[in-house]
Write a protein that binds this ligand. Sequence first.
Ligand code: 5AD
Ligand code: SF4
Length: 489
Amino acid sequence: MAKKIITPEETERQDNYMRRVLDRNSALKRRPTACIKTFGCQMNEHDSEKLAGMAERMGYEIVPDEAAGKYNGRFCDLVVLNTCCVRENAEEKIFGHIGALKGAKHEYPGLLTAVCGCMTEQKHIYDDINSKFRNVDIVFGTHDIYRFPEFVYKAVFTGKRVCVPPGSGDEIPEGLPIKRDSDFKAWVTVMYGCNNFCTYCVVPYVRGRERSRNKDDILREVESLALSGVREITLLGQNVNSYGRDINSGTDFAGLLGEICDRVQGSGLRRIRFMTSHPKDLSDRLIDVMASRPEICAQLHLPVQSGSTEVLRRMNRRYTKEQYISLVDKIRSRIPGIALSTDIITGFPGETEEDFAETLDLVKRVRYDAAFTFIYSPRVGTPAASYPDQVPPEVVHERFDRLLELQNGICRELNEACVGKTFSVLCEGVSRTCDTRLTGRTESNKVVNFTASPPYDVSDGSLAGRFADVYIENAQTWSLEGRAVNWRL
Ligand code: 5AD
Ligand code: SF4
């Protein structure tokens, strides 16, 4: 399949727009501010880092997202809502934010509002925003993210709305400026889009077909991250296991991982994670690479969605409960102690009590370190939205609560088994909930809040990005508590 990478001419065009906005912003009495509010998954988080990178190059100061377009009591000059439409509650929340920004625009007409991301890739939502929310100045979808400078330029210089209808572009945006949220942890996209068409999921419609990045572009990015002192990377894709299939590069995901490990050897980049893996595509080669490379964390996100083979069939997941469980057994036998996490949907159309019992049974057998549980939400345009037998909300909620209770118990037991052991933790800085403790994550991605004793001091910002051996003293359901016994500076 042909793959388009944005041409050098297009890059230059966007660079020109960036420069023109920068000139205008530099001439202002104060530096204008931009706030980028992100909803949804890691892919969106990473897209927002690109939007922030471009906004910064246009002369905006990036400020944290505070309510209704304000930062430090003052209205921002640019507010970007990077939206998600995977579930209904995300959409409702975002419409609330757009509505709140209406009042802000009224008080400060200089405020520029942009709405982008997955939600605006849906025609009915795009039309709704256009007709009902005239306070929104710029609307564009995930495919046009690289044209952000052009849109800002047009909105700023013409004062007119810029609305780009949902598209189906297959460009891969290489070389965009990125303002990363962290100095020591980074996302690296390996592929965009999804071809799987699970019957409940809107992603293939809003993110398009699978497009793999060129291997050399990925390796260059990883190398430069390692050089700049990054300690951990997470490779991103809706289904990383199909990496390379669309570009005939001769490299599959396992091969790519191996080459990434080779490139970072001897550097400070010690941890490599990736997500998401579709169980039907997880190869033995991938398990081999994970088992043999110490840089690859012994942790895997392996969404199961349901434990009922019949529900899985109607979800178009293309594996059975038994196949999933034998895959887990195989992975565990090759990588003992690997931490597994998953996504589970309750209340898929037609889910019976027996189907749900299969899900509970699977969860008991696999004993996940973490499970992200969702209530099924019909998405416009997906096959499942028109399936008969939508499960009544009260039944779904009751099942959801039972699942959560089961999983919480498992999490707590697994965490309690960590007490008295020592783990290597990548310190992320002072804990948000307790300023006398540091916070970080283990290789298995468990959150650890911990103390440090002299000569190390919790308030010493330079501890962020360093590895500590942390002795675990206490377990909570969602986190561990301990003390640093050794720092690897
Ligand atoms: N309803 C509920 N959950 C969904 N997910 C995707 N689509 C839906 C939907 N329509 C969940 C899946 C997926 C995760 C990112 O979101 O579990 O793995
Ligand atoms: Fe959605 Fe399925 Fe693709 Fe995941 S694999 S993004 S759930 S269609």
